[in-house]
Design a protein. Sequence first.
Length: 366
Amino acid sequence: MATKRIGSLSCKIITSLTLLVAILGASACASAPEPTPTRPPAPATEDVAPALTQAAALAAQAAAKVTEAAGRSTAEAATRAAQPTATLAPTATPPPTPIPSPTQPPTVSCRVTSDTLNVRGGPGTIYPKQAELRQGDRLTVLERDADGKWLRVRTPDGNEGWVAAELTDLGSAVAGVPLAMTIPPTPRIVARAGMIAFKSTRGGIWIMNADGGNQQPLANQSIYYNALRQGGPEYCARNGLYCVKADWGDGCNNMDIYVEDREYGTGWHKIVSNSKLDWDPRIHPDGWWVVFVTNRNGNDELFLINRQAGEPSWSPDGKRIAFFSNRVTGRRQIWVLDPNAPLKDNVNPRNISNNPYVDYEPVWLK
C-alpha cells in the first residue's frame, strides 16, 4: 500500500513539473524580449575547491620544510653542544727584543809597589794630595788618562782618586783600562812662603806644598833663583857668622864639607871627611846644624851634624829640612826630615814627591 502511494505521488510530481515547464516555455516565446548580455557563468563549485586545496597543500609543504629546517638546526645545535668544544691553543707571544746594555769592562785591579803612593785629585802631581797609600794596598782601577801614566782608582776604604801607574804593578794591563772621559780642571796656586820649589825632569822649576800637595810648574822661575840667593843660598847662618861649603880639598878623588867661623875668624875647616862624596851642605838659620848629601851608603842620603847640611833646604821656622835623595825608589825625589823627631822609615824622613819623575835641588821659599 505504501509503495502504491509513493508511486502515485511521484507521478503527480512529474506531471506537475511537466506542465510548469510547458507554461514557462510558452510565456517566453510570446514576449520575445531583446536578449541581454549574459554574465559568464561562475566557476563551478567543484573547480574552486580543488584550487584552494592545492594552495593549502603548498602552504603546508612550505611550513613543513620550515619546520624540518628548524628541526635540523635544533638537532645540529644540540649535537654541537654535546660535542666538546675544541680549545684553541694560545698564540705564543714573542718575547720583546732585549735592548743590549753597554758592555761593562772587566774589573781591573793592581797593587801599590812603592813604599808609599799619593792619591791625588787628578792625573798629575799638579793636583792636590788626597790620601797616602802603602805598599801592597790593592786598588780597583776605574779609568786612565790618555797616555796611561795616571790611573783613577778606588782605594781600599772606598775613596776614589788618581795615582801614578808606574808605582803600581798594573804594567801592560793598562791598555785594557777605559779612557777617562772627563779630567778634573787643572788647579792653579800662587807661590808663597812655606812652599818648596825644585827642579824636575818634568821640565823647568816646579813648586809644591810642604806636604807634597799641589805640585805644578812654577810660572815665575825667578822666585826659585831669588830664594837660592837668599843667605848665599843657605850657605851662611842667619846672623852671617857661620858658613858652609863643599870642596875637593886635598885632591880630586872626593869632596868634603867645610865650615867657616867668621865670629872668631878661624877660616875654613873640614868637618866631614871620608872616601866617598859629600856635597851640598846647608846650615841651619841659627848656625848650629848642617845637613849635607853623601853617597857613602850607595844612595844619595842626607846626613846631619852640628853645623851641617845636604842639598837640603831648611824650612822658614828651622824645624824641617827638605832634600832630594834616590833612596828607596832608585830615583831622586824630594824628602822632608824633622831632625827633632825620631827617625822612622817612610815617616821621618818622608818622600813628599812620591812620583815617577826625577825631582832634585829643593829650596824652601821664605
